[in-house]
Design a protein around this ligand. Structure first.
Ligand code: ACO
Ligand code: PYR
Length: 564
């Protein structure tokens, strides 16, 4: 891409303040410190840490940060202008913010006359004095002030003259930045331009050096577009949050904004190697705030560079630019090929390659496998989330799936705790599973309990096999999802079960489908164990039977033998 390089843009992150205003987020001081350090690593120059005085956590955060300072970022404390009728020096809101001892402070004040009279219940003149006094006072205390003009766009729409007077008050009082906030998130991109120009004129008229920033909310789904519109009008600071967290529908998403500004519009936001930290940062922070990541998020989502349609995969293999707007690695993400009924041969070959199996287009097995995949998906299987089951299918098609164990039968009983515990209101649902498996010539019969039929089945199967294959002791079932396919048929409907397993380091998912939920579960659980055993380290371990090792070595060294 041929980009004209422009001046630097200052990114201002408010995940720890506005992001924490999202319903469902509650951060500990430790969480806040971890997130701040990750943002610092990402190269964000301004990190808003919270509102000292609003709650003990935010106060502690600023104190603790002094003992583990950030490498490059300025940490910013946030609060409102003084209260109506107060002296700034004695105002209870401004005192704790000075105690945080940051060089930079962001103050928010009212731009909209309606908010002054209806919200603050004061006069328009007193609001101007609140802005001016508060900024003046903080400047006298040697602080650099960023002024967030709350409800800027609504204020400018309803009473432009007054809205501009509030900006003039901030500029004349010494604010380094005025940040135009679309607090209610109702503004559209075309409305942004005019008022940014009007603010620039006010700053010029005051002969000020104040710079302009933008802070947008996503209530109209246009937070990122509005921020870009402001930047194109000359705004030099962009406020937003990681993953777009924030009050109501969230703030402008920095994970979308930063790459757009840097890769498409040529602004310098962070160093290229820091940009590659974007996807890991997005995921680490979603883990910290305890919210599932959005797989479909632009740039950083798991699916942002996932190719499912066969036509897409075929072209991407020839040149990724055919279906990708940027290289995934630039933002620390990666390309993925998805296996499903939408696949063509290209998907199957790529997946085989990913599993270390050199399958090629001329091999008739390739097309047979594709047809089998489509037929199984038609019957209810879903392989895009169960890549381990697809790999087993692939090995089977190539006659490279050694028989590690055979199931000769299973039985599951559920019982609902003792009468006594039921009478006391308890419901300790328990299940007992019995399995009979054969390994080589050895027949093994075991039983195990679990707190449900699937965990009992999993426990019984693992108990039966663990003496023969000790590495099973490390395996665990970590997730279990059930979906009833075709609910119209009631109890005869098919059930699809997805099981996620782990060996403590790796995770893999397998699928089972049956009209019987236990049968579907058994299939997914057994494939989970089988796949775990077939991982590369198994063939070099003592527990791998010699005959099976030969097959597995064969698989890894000379796949072509089976392909002709
Ligand atoms: C646009 C934004 O997102 S701004 C940030 C919003 N974030 C938060 O509100 C989270 C942190 N807030 C809090 O913990 C609490 O609201 C506090 C500690 C700030 C204040 O708590 P309280 O003193 O109990 O007041 P309460 O929350 O009920 O009301 C807000 C007060 O702030 C005043 N206020 C609102 N905006 C401003 C402003 N720009 N300048 C001065 N005062 C303001 C209101 O008039 C009201 O004061 P009043 O009760 O004396 O009339
Ligand atoms: C300051 C701020 O968070 C807002 O106006 O949205």
């Amino acid at each position: 891409m041929n980009i004209q390089h422009r001046s630097p843009l200052w990114i201002y992150d408010t995940t720890l303040r506005d992001g924490a205003q999202r319903e469902g987020i509650s951060l500990s001081v430790e969480d806040k410190l971890t997130i701040a350090h990750q943002l610092d690593k990402l190269g964000i120059p301004f990190i808003e840490g919270g509102w000292p005085g609003a709650n003990p956590k935010d106060e502690q955060f600023f104190q603790k940060l002094k003992t583990s300072p950030l490498r490059q970022a300025e940490v910013v404390a946030f609060c409102s202008t003084r209260r109506p009728g107060n002296q700034a020096a004695e105002d209870p809101v401004l005192r704790p913010i000075l105690a945080a001892e940051t060089r930079w402070i962001t103050l928010f004040g009212k731009s909209w006359d309606f908010h002054v009279t209806a919200g603050l219940k004061t006069t328009l003149g007193e609001n101007l004095a609140m802005i001016a006094d508060s900024i003046n006072y903080l400047c006298q205390q040697d602080r650099q002030v960023i002024y967030d003009a709350e409800h800027w766009f609504d204020g400018y729409k309803h009473n432009p003259a007054y809205a501009l007077e509030t900006i003039q008050a901030a500029v004349q009082a010494g604010a380094k930045w005025v940040v135009l906030c679309d607090t209610n998130g109702g503004t559209l991109p075309h409305e942004v331009a005019e008022s940014v120009q009007a603010v620039r004129q006010v700053i010029q008229d005051c002969q000020g050096t104040t710079q302009i920033g933008i802070h947008t909310h996503n209530d109209s789904g246009t937070a990122v577009a509005n921020a870009i519109a402001a930047v194109q009008q000359g705004a030099e600071m962009v406020q937003g949050t990681i993953n777009g967290y924030g009050e109501r529908c969230g703030n402008a998403n920095l994970c979308t904004l930063i790459p757009n500004l840097q890769l498409k519009l040529g602004y310098h936001c962070v160093e290229p190697e820091q940009l590659a930290e974007l996807t890991p940062s997005s995921r680490l922070i979603s883990e910290r705030v305890n919210l599932a990541p959005d797989d479909h998020a632009p740039f950083v989502g798991l699916s942002a560079f996932a190719h499912k349609g066969g036509i897409h995969v075929s072209a991407v293999q020839r040149d990724p630019q055919t279906y990708e707007h940027i290289e995934p690695q630039t933002v620390g993400n990666q390309r993925r090929i998805v296996i499903s009924e939408q696949a063509g041969l290209s998907n199957v070959l790529e997946k085989a390659n990913h599993c270390g199996i050199a399958l090629d287009k001329q091999n008739p097995v390739s097309r047979q496998l594709l047809q089998q995949l489509k037929q199984l998906e038609h019957e209810g299987y879903q392989f895009e989330a169960a890549e381990a089951s697809f790999e087993l299918l692939l090995r089977q098609a190539l006659e490279q799936r050694p028989s590690l164990f055979e199931l000769h039968g299973f039985d599951v009983h559920c019982y609902c705790g003792s009468l006594e515990s039921r009478q006391q209101g308890g419901f300790s649902s328990t299940a007992l599973a019995t399995v009979k498996v054969v390994v080589g010539v050895q027949e093994i019969l075991t039983a195990a309990e679990g707190n449900g039929p699937v965990s009992a089945l999993d426990a019984a199967l693992r108990k039966a096999l663990v003496d023969v294959y000790p590495s099973i002791a490390k395996f665990q079932l970590t997730d279990y999802k059930v979906r009833i396919l075709d609910g119209k048929h009631g109890t005869s409907a098919k059930t699809r079960v997805l099981v996620e397993s782990t060996d403590g380091q790796n995770r893999w998912t397998t699928v089972g489908v049956s009209t019987n939920i236990i049968g579907a579960s058994y299939q997914a659980v057994a494939e989970g164990i089988e796949y775990g055993l077939l991982r590369p380290c198994f063939k070099d371990s003592d527990e791998c039977p010699i005959g099976i090792r030969a097959i597995l070595n064969d698989l890894n060294s000379a796949p072509a033998k089976h392909l002709a």
